[in-house]
Design a protein around this ligand. Sequence first.
Ligand code: UD1
Length: 427
Amino acid sequence: MSVLIIEGGRPLRGSVDISGAKNSALAIVVAAALATEGECVLDNIPQGSDVNTICQILQDLGVEVWYDDQRRLHVRGETLSKHKASYELVRRMRASFYSAGLLLARLGKAEVPLPGGCAIGSRPVDFHIKGFAQLGAEVVIEHGYMKAEATRLKGAHIYINRSSVGTTINLMIAASLAEGTTVLENAAKEPEVVDLAIFLNGMGAKIRGAGTESIRIEGVEKLRGIEYSIIPDRIEAGTFMLATAITGGDVVLRNVVAEHLRVPIVKMEEAGVRVTRSGTELRVVAPRRLKAVDVETLPYPGFPTDLQQPFVAAMCLADGTSVVRETIFDRFRYVDELRRMGADIKTEQNTAIVRGVPQLTGAPVEVTDLRAGAALAIAALAAQGRTELYGAEIIDRGYEFFEEKLRSLGANIYREQLTNPRELVIK
Ligand code: UD1
């Protein structure tokens, strides 16, 4: 276990490079193993532990995966040979279930553990499984595994019950090598889905309509390895914007696609933040105090659920009361930790009512999930005194060089490793 220690009260200033998108990387690294000709060379892959997990899963299945000296990830899918994914690896992360789409497409057989519950509530994979069955796979659930088989998947017309990023990605991966045409209706429109489609098309797939509600995938016989650079992480960018906003800072974010952050930018502007765009850079200038703003999370292009927690953190010090409605996940457990820092938040079902307070105070808090960790760090950066974030390794799942980047912007932040949770070495 590790602890992030933050002494709050310093405005963030300077410039920071935004890394490649974690959620894009997870999909694209798996999809890269669809190639049976040549290898994929992937650039801008972030170094988080979730990406490491997906690489380990692929290696365990026989795929060759390695980094070169320029930090580009090489994936050679030709050697994929094993159809059963390891529980020990898959249980660490839900996106591991993408391996099911890959295995069905490539080997016609997949045995993948069902992901369990997680800290942001129940997250079933029933839409994925229904989709595989509609693509012609025989599917059974046995001993905690999904076991699916099909000599070759067959294109189908699939309506996804609820716009789901993971289902759209998994079915795109599976259908790209299917016989015939697949149409995904009510598909997710997230930029990561579009990134995957562009990547797959580069490999020789025939996908149209990504970014709209209807994606059409004409199956092809085989795919080939290509070089590709993934999109910047809009959630990391939004997190740094909110950290700048709450600390009264002035920061330039480099390597950003502003279009991917349209709604978060509008909300931050409503809160009094000045955001100016110049090519791939965004300058974020915070007011003396933020104004309270209401937010509702929605599928893209709506306000992302992954920024709900960081946004609530920023609203804790705003002038007025903001109402934040979460429509995607059960994501409010972390507010108890914010309350321990002096925040005034009430939750009713899927709504948080945040009354801005003049000051937060540092406290020991526990990181319950990835974005909760980011939220607590944001609150800590503006709090008076010292905050200790226990379980900070969860932040490493999706943020590359988190404390290094914050430190380069002037934050007082460092990390301690705990061998025995009771022994925190105080510097
Ligand atoms: C992905 C993102 C996550 C983001 C989320 C919503 C990755 C690796 N993770 O998660 O960061 O917060 O999109 O933007 O890209 N659902 C079902 N059955 C299913 C699948 C989903 O009921 O089979 C429900 C979920 O519980 C949730 C909603 O559909 O309420 C949307 O989930 P989904 O978009 O699939 O989220 P993930 O792909 O898991």
